[in-house]
Structure formats: structure tokens, C-alpha cells
Write a protein that binds this ligand. Structure first.
Ligand SMILES: N[C@@H](CCC[C@H](N)C(=O)O)C(=O)O
Length: 260
């Protein structure tokens, strides 16, 4: 079988995108998704995303991690999918789509800067040395010294597989404050089981966690990730976070066809 694909990246978080409006992709084939994402034997990506038709929105997002399993929301993937939908001519400069965590609204400009509305957050668990919250995917947020040399892969895996999160696990974000409204972030991603260059739901979680713990007073926060820069903005009232937007570049890399 030949599969046509498009490759996108959002601040270095990279995805295989497939137009599945004709429902031809074998959605339960975990090995296939895993092999398409393989960086040596396949196309290479942190995840794979199907764009499908939806009755009441512009399109549906179906997201798989590179391990081949369908997973929860992917913020950078959602931003890339909006740019992909524009490339396919499905939308112009605004989009509404459905994902596993519900309805999303987005805008995209001529430079493919995508601003994506994320789910509201009503629960932020504060613990002595970390914060846990769900921004569409589960995120552990922890401030560390020396982020540049921090062992994200091993420490992230220890927390992800540890007692705190049980079978389901969590993504793990390590953070350093670099300004009154600016933070550097490195993320260990569940389902990739490694550090990725950026995580959209992760930086959204970091921004909200930093506000909730008083590290910043701002509700417009800049996040420096290994693959670039993202912005998160939100409204906060009595610990409820609404109008949460994740903004940054979504870049088409190449398209092709692969035998499977
Ligand atoms: N890269 C993503 C997060 C993808 C989901 C995550 N790996 C999980 O399974 O929880 C993002 O940009 O949000």
C-alpha cells in the first residue's frame, strides 16, 4: 500500500499529517503508525495526525504518538493541522475543529502563525515541588536549576513511570524562569518516551502553573523551548483559566509517498 503524507513541524515538534477524509487509513494499525514515525526506517516524527471530515466543524483531528497509540490532545499538532487544512483548501484564516478533548477554535495568518484555543482549565494541583494539571493532555510541571544541562530523558522517564501517575503516566515539563513573564521549558513526552523539542499542551500547562503558583503576574507568557518560541495567553478568575490560546509557527516541511 502507498500512503501519501505531509510532514509538518511546530517549534521542532514534528508530525506526519495524512488527509483521511476518504477513511482509507487503517486506524487500528499501531505497528504501521509506529513505523511511519520511525526516524530510521520510516518518515520520522514525534506523532501522526489524521485529518478527517466532521459533520459540525471544519474537520476532525485524530492524534497518535510515535509509539503508534492514539492519545490525548496535542497542542503543536493541532496548530500544524490548522496550517495543513489551509494548505488543502479546507479553511482560509479561521478554523473550528473537533479533537479528543472537545471543540477548538483557531486562526492562521499568511506566515502560518497559528493561534489555537485550548481547553479551559479548572483544576491545578499544587504539590510541594511540582504542579499537575490537564491542558488536553496530563502534565507534570517542575522548576529545576540548570535546565540547560538537566537530564530530561532519564529524570522525565523516572517521573512518568513512577508512583505518582500509575499506568496512565504523564508528560513531564522541566522549567526555569528567565524573566517576569518568560520561562524556558524542556519536556519529556509520554508516547514518544523521550525529550521532544517542544510540547504545546506542555507549555500551556507551564504558563498556567507559573501563574497559579505566583511565579508571574502576567497572563501573556513567553515560553522558550528547544525548537523555538511560543506564547500562551489566558483569562484567570478565581483559579479558573478560560480563553486559553497557544500561539506560534506551524511549518510545512515536505510531502511524499511511502510504501507500507
Ligand atoms: N506534543 C504534544 C503532546 C502530545 C500528547 C502527549 N505525548 C501525550 O500522550 O500525552 C503537544 O504539543 O501538546
Amino acid at each position: 500500500m502507498k500512503i501519501q503524507f505531509y510532514k509538518y513541524q511546530g517549534t521542532g515538534n514534528d508530525f506526519v499529517m495524512i488527509d483521511n477524509r476518504q477513511l482509507t487509513f487503517p486506524k487500528n494499525n499501531t505497528n504501521l503508525v509506529n513505523s511511519l514515525c520511525d526516524r530510521r526506517f520510516g518518515i520520522g516524527a514525534d506523532g501522526l495526525i489524521l485529518l478527517e471530515n466532521d459533520e459540525s466543524t471544519d474537520f476532525r483531528m485524530v492524534y497518535y504518538n510515535s509509539d503508534g497509540n492514539e492519545s490525548s490532545m496535542c497542542g503543536n499538532g493541532g496548530r500544524c493541522l490548522v496550517a495543513f487544512a489551509r494548505q488543502l483548501g479546507i479553511i482560509k484564516d479561521t478554523a473550528t475543529f473537533i479533537a479528543t478533548d472537545g471543540l477548538h477554535h483557531a486562526t492562521v495568518d499568511e506566515n502560518n502563525i497559528v493561534s489555537l484555543q485550548m481547553k479551559d482549565v479548572d483544576t491545578v494541583e499544587r504539590h510541594s515541588n511540582h504542579v499537575f494539571l490537564n491542558t488536553g493532555s496530563p502534565h507534570h510541571v517542575e522548576l529545576v536549576e540548570d535546565l540547560k544541562i538537566f537530564d530530561v530523558k532519564n529524570e522525565g522517564a523516572r517521573i512518568r513511570y513512577g508512583e505518582l501517575y500509575g499506568q496512565a503516566g504523564s508528560n513531564v515539563n522541566f522549567v526555569s524562569q528567565t524573566g517576569s513573564d518568560r520561562f524556558a521549558v524542556r519536556t519529556y513526552e509520554r508516547g514518544v518516551e523521550d525529550e521532544t523539542l517542544s510540547c504545546g499542551t506542555g507549555v500551556t500547562a507551564v504558563a498556567i502553573a507559573m501563574k497559579a503558583t505566583g511565579k508571574t503576574d502576567s497572563s501573556v507568557i513567553t515560553l522558550d523551548v528547544e525548537g523555538g518560541e511560543l506564547e500562551v495567553r489566558f483569562q484567570e478568575k478565581n483559579g479558573f483559566y478560560t480563553d486559553v490560546f497557544l500561539k506560534g509557527p506551524a511549518t510545512f516541511v515536505f510531502k511524499g509517498e511511502i510504501n507500507s
